[in-house]
Structures are given as structure tokens and as C-alpha cells.
Design a protein around this ligand. Structure first.
Ligand SMILES: [Zn+2]
Length: 278
């Protein structure tokens, strides 16, 4: 799929007053709050967020088939315009909100631009009007569709996103943390002979976590999501431990965040924040 408007859209965006790139307008928690609220407004959308470090030029919105994943570089992308830009990719690319669900669209084509402008007008603190957005787009020679009659506009109704309501999210650290076993947690997985003894629910979680880190992630701590995904499906290797782990999963195929949080509190699992790294 070609992306003929891409550079034009970037140029238009970069000279607009509402462009906040590099301004540290938002913190990570607020970005998550905005995206989670948009997920509620755009029913049926599941957009996840990850923050990445290092010298990256682009924020991204990945289409993961069943959900989208927005990737925000911490250095410059934590602002309204980037969050809304990436979310506009998700909704304009979604069957549910496309005018023609089965037709592929250009990533920065007119559907995307329309979705982006609706989000800017409705949610950006500057609330640029449709009139001024349309005019600046015409000046920049960027294609777009009528904003007010679009599905993107109609779906919002009277809903707003108030950042003042972005309270401390208790799950926030948990969701972005990397998990590994503490020495105490490691002791619990076996009773001295080095073999897993997954008798209790807690021990099952510890065994799976241990197994994932050692065998699947090559000694790297993993996120809750990776651990949760393992509870749905682990690749089958025919070694002793793998068979044992599969037995564990058969008995207990679901992972509750509350249990993992409890184990963090009990000191069996260590959760390391991924913030401020790199
Ligand atoms: Zn883009």
C-alpha cells in the first residue's frame, strides 16, 4: 500500500500550533488514560500502549489483527498530538469505523486525516475548529473528508476526556513492570531436588514464570502480559520440564493479575519498573 500523503501530513502537523512534540506535555500515565478513554468511546477498539526508549524518530501504531498497539518514544512523543495521531491510525484502520470495512486504506490517506482532525477538535486542549483544520489542510494540499459527518465524529457524541480525572492508576506500575522470581520465590518452586513442585496455585504461577524466563526468554524478566499469554499457550517442546509445565497449565489455564500482585507484595516476585531505563 502506498502512502502518498505521509510527508505532507507530517509537514502540516509540524507547523501547527497544536503540535506538542518534544514538549513533555503529558506523562506516561496520562497517555495511558487518554488511550484507555478512547477505547471506551470507540467501542470495540482495543488499543494497547507501550513506551520505548532510545533515539527513535517515529511513534507507531501496529495492527496486531485483534488489537492495535501504539508505541510511544518517551523522548519526544508524550503529547496530545502524537497520542491522537497514533489513535487515528487505529480507528481509521479498523473495520468497525471504516466506511468500507474491507477496503485497504493508505496509512496517511484522507480517512486517517479525517479521524485525526476529529480527535484533535474534540480532545486536544486547544480544540482547533473543523474550519481552521480544513483550511490549513487545503493550504497544505492534504486530502481529507467531511469531518462532522464522519463515523469518527458521530461516535464521540458529548463525551470528553478530562485529564484531571487521571488518578493514580494502581495497575500502572504493574502493567509496565518486568517480573522475575525473588530468591524466596525460587525456593518455593522446588523442594530441594530442582524439580517443580506446583502444588498450590501460587506455586503454579511461580513455576510457569520461572520456566518462561529460563527457557523461553533466555534469562530476561518478562511482563505480566507475556506471563499471561504463556498461561494461554506455551510452545510444546518435548523435554521433561515442558511436559510438567503443560500439566500445570492444564490444571490452571488462567492467570489473575490479583494473584501476581499479591505475590509481589509477599516478595515472591520482583517487579522492576521499566521507566527511566536506557
Ligand atoms: Zn502516522
Amino acid at each position: 500500500m502506498r502512502d502518498r500523503q505521509r510527508q505532507k501530513v507530517y509537514d502540516w502537523e509540524n507547523k501547527s500550533s497544536w503540535n506538542g512534540k518534544g514538549s513533555d506535555q503529558l506523562n506516561e500515565q496520562q497517555c495511558l488514560f487518554i488511550i484507555n478513554n478512547l477505547n471506551k468511546i470507540y467501542k470495540g477498539m482495543r488499543v494497547d500502549t507501550t513506551f520505548v526508549n532510545g533515539d527513535r524518530r517515529y511513534a507507531k501504531c501496529w495492527n496486531r489483527v485483534r488489537h492495535h498497539e501504539i508505541e510511544l518514544p518517551r523522548q519526544w512523543a508524550l503529547c496530545w498530538s502524537v497520542v491522537l495521531h497514533e489513535y487515528a491510525h487505529a480507528i481509521s484502520d479498523s473495520k468497525k469505523y471504516k466506511e468500507r470495512p474491507n477496503r485497504a486504506i493508505e496509512p496517511h490517506g484522507k480517512e486517517f486525516v479525517t479521524a485525526f482532525c476529529v480527535l484533535l477538535h474534540k480532545f486536544h486542549p486547544e480544540h482547533p475548529s473543523y474550519k481552521e483544520l480544513s483550511q490549513s489542510l487545503r493550504d497544505a494540499n492534504v486530502d481529507f473528508e467531511h469531518m462532522e459527518s464522519s463515523k469518527f465524529h458521530k461516535q464521540i457524541g458529548r463525551k470528553t476526556i478530562k485529564l484531571t480525572k487521571a488518578k493514580e492508576n494502581k495497575d500502572y506500575d504493574f502493567n509496565t513492570s518486568l517480573l522475575k522470581l525473588s530468591p524466596e520465590g525460587r525456593k518455593r518452586t522446588s523442594a530441594g531436588d530442582g524439580h517443580y513442585k506446583p502444588k498450590t496455585k501460587m506455586n503454579r504461577v511461580l513455576c510457569v514464570l520461572d520456566y518462561c524466563i529460563i527457557f523461553l526468554y533466555k534469562d530476561r524478566p518478562i511482563t505480566y502480559k507475556q506471563l499471561e499469554a504463556s498461561f494461554n499457550k506455551l510452545p510444546y517442546l518435548s523435554d521433561h520440564y515442558n511436559k510438567l509445565i503443560h500439566k500445570v497449565l492444564d490444571k490452571h489455564g488462567k492467570l489473575e493479575p490479583s494473584l501476581v500482585k499479591y505475590m509481589i507484595k509477599q516478595g515472591l516476585i520482583v517487579a522492576t519498573s521499566t521507566q527511566n531505563k536506557g
